[in-house]
Write a protein that binds this ligand. Structure first.
Ligand code: 9MR
Length: 392
């Protein structure tokens, strides 16, 4: 009972449902017991062997898939070893800050009139120079909005602000970008609206049609890009995930039926073992439902948080690796899945150290490479999933 309460509160935290209040950690023993009861996560006999040493992008490409990562100019320009690792393994780059209105040290929208493309251009040029495609992330999101925006936006000017932003930003890279996350994280069941839309400045100013409008504006500015609706919290078994999947499906159905130019669902897939139960059949069915609408699917922000895993690195790495392979082997069975993007390549630059740190203060190990750019079991697990995936 105590454990269930803890898990529920953790899920609530991730899904933005409540305030984090002094959660107690499960002991390593409790965690391993729960894994061993339900899954093969901590199975020390489980093999993560791989054939050959070729990079992830080649293994993915063999199956008609794209493999890429998100990162920032900050980490690429200062760390040549990191940059080289990304060039070696990745076919696609997702600027983590630079295409947002404002994030980290990037400030695309200094004010309502102006655009500063210096950092976005730097990222786009880096990708192009190294034969990687670029994804645009993200045009419409309730986070990473500048202070001036929140003070300025109202029912009268919201459409004009949106039009100007999309025309200038999407127009600049038109014909040269793989895909745009046009709208990000628009669903929030706990906000309590009948259509399950999140209460955001865009919804408040423009009503539910802001989503359709954003897609139409993006399609007009770049008829070649793949237009994506990106969402989090779709991966697990509990009721809240059922509700979120149902709400996303309803939204996608509505958009398709009204002729919105939408081409794909992006599912972020920030996974967290020790926190949630994975139900392969539910995920398969959800992906089938999305695909039946004629949409592609992209795994857009995959990583495996070790926040609730034991301190022992060998155990932690095995559980993280097993989580990658178990997840990917299910989702790559769906032919509509066209790409896998991890939210970072190296543990040196994971967002989780800042946003969801471990309670023991140890650095997080959620990504394929360690902080020295060496391959971990997680790398092998992803390689194995690509090697075993059906060809699209
Ligand atoms: O990892 C990103 C972090 O560096 C930024 O500060 C933050 C705010 O812009 O966004 C993080 O990325 C988020 C992504 O854009 C949307 N899905 C959740 C990601 C992790 O918070």
């Amino acid at each position: 009972m105590k454990k269930n309460q803890l898990l529920t509160r953790r899920q609530a935290l991730y899904l933005g449902l409540g305030t984090f209040v002094g959660i107690g950690a499960l002991t390593a023993e409790e965690l391993l017991n729960s894994f061993n009861q339900n899954q093969s996560f901590a199975d020390t006999n489980r093999s993560f062997n791989i054939a050959g040493a070729n990079p992830l992008k080649e293994r993915a490409a063999k199956k008609g898939l794209i493999y890429g990562t998100s990162t920032t100019k900050f980490s690429l320009s200062l760390d040549t070893q990191h940059a080289a690792a990304i060039v070696k393994d990745c076919d696609m780059l997702v600027p983590g800050w630079e295409f947002k209105w404002t994030a980290g040290s990037a400030n695309l929208r200094p004010d309502a009139e102006n655009f500063d493309f210096s950092q976005a251009d730097w990222m786009f040029d880096f990708a192009t120079t190294h034969n990687m495609s670029t994804r645009g992330h993200t045009l419409v999101w309730h986070e990473s909005l500048p202070k001036w925006f929140k003070e300025t936006v109202n029912k009268q000017n919201a459409q004009q602000l949106l039009e100007k932003h999309i025309e200038r930003v999407v127009g600049r890279y038109a014909g040269k970008i793989h895909s745009w996350d046009v709208v990000n994280e628009a669903i929030s069941v706990s906000d309590g609206l009948p259509n399950k839309l999140r209460k955001t400045p865009w919804l408040n100013s423009l009503g539910p049609e802001y989503i359709d409008l954003a897609f139409r504006l993006t399609a007009a500015a770049d008829p070649d890009a793949l237009l994506v609706y990106n969402e989090k919290g779709l991966d697990y078994d509990d009721q809240i995930y059922d509700q979120r999947r149902a709400a996303v499906l309803k939204l996608l159905e509505r958009l398709k039926s009204q002729g919105t130019p939408i081409h794909a669902l992006g599912t972020q897939a920030h996974l967290s073992p020790g926190n949630n139960k994975f139900n392969p059949e539910k995920l398969r069915q959800f992906f089938r439902d999305v695909a039946s609408l004629g949409l592609k699917i992209m795994i857009t922000e995959l990583d495996v948080s070790d926040k609730y895993l034991p301190r022992d690195i060998a155990i932690r790495d095995r559980i993280v690796a097993a989580t990658y392979e178990d997840y990917l082997s299910v989702v790559l069975d769906e032919p509509a899945v066209i790409a896998v993007i991890t939210w970072g390549l190296s543990d040196k630059y994971t967002w989780l150290n800042e946003f969801a740190p471990r309670q023991d203060g140890k650095p997080s190990r959620p990504l394929p490479l360690d902080t020295q750019m060496q391959r971990k079991l997680a790398w092998n697990a992803i390689a194995r999933a690509f090697d075993n995936a059906p060809k699209r």
